[in-house]
Design a protein around this ligand. Structure first.
Ligand code: ZN
Length: 135
């Protein structure tokens, strides 16, 4: 098994701005113009009112840790890159995003800690995957 730290996403017209945003340093998410819901992950229709009046905007890239877990063993993941911090980050705009926390000591991670987005290249380098780091 080879190590694929950030597998390349399957890109569709509905999610392309999300995956390409990181190449420009932007966390792009969607908002429904009809009911004002802000949501992740990308969808062509609002998950609340099912309308198609959705638009992209650039999120602040800031949020807080909603929940997290620290993995000390991950099959196929190099020991030098462990532990791996998996987290749900609640963006300042509202929605929660499953991600990794990077560039931090897991002992310093806690629910409610402020974080901001970083981007790591996908395996093929064509896209950028949002991850977060404490600030
Ligand atoms: Zn809506």
């Amino acid at each position: 098994m080879t190590w694929e730290p950030r597998p390349s996403p399957v890109v569709t017209p509905e999610n392309e701005p999300y995956w390409t945003g990181g190449l420009d340093g932007e966390l792009r998410i969607q908002r429904c113009r009809d009911c004002d819901l802000v949501y992740v992950y990308p969808r062509a229709h609002c998950p609340d009112c099912l309308g198609d009046g959705v638009e992209w905007f650039v999120a602040s890239g800031r949020g807080t840790v909603y929940s997290y877990t620290v993995a000390h063993q991950v099959a196929g993941w190099p020991e030098a890159e462990l532990p791996l911090v998996n987290a749900y980050v609640e963006l300042d705009e509202g929605p929660r995003l499953m991600t990794n926390l990077v560039d931090c000591d897991p002992a310093d991670v806690a629910v409610g800690v402020s974080v901001e987005v970083r981007f790591e290249p996908s395996e093929d380098g064509a896209f950028a995957v949002p991850v977060f780091t404490p600030v």
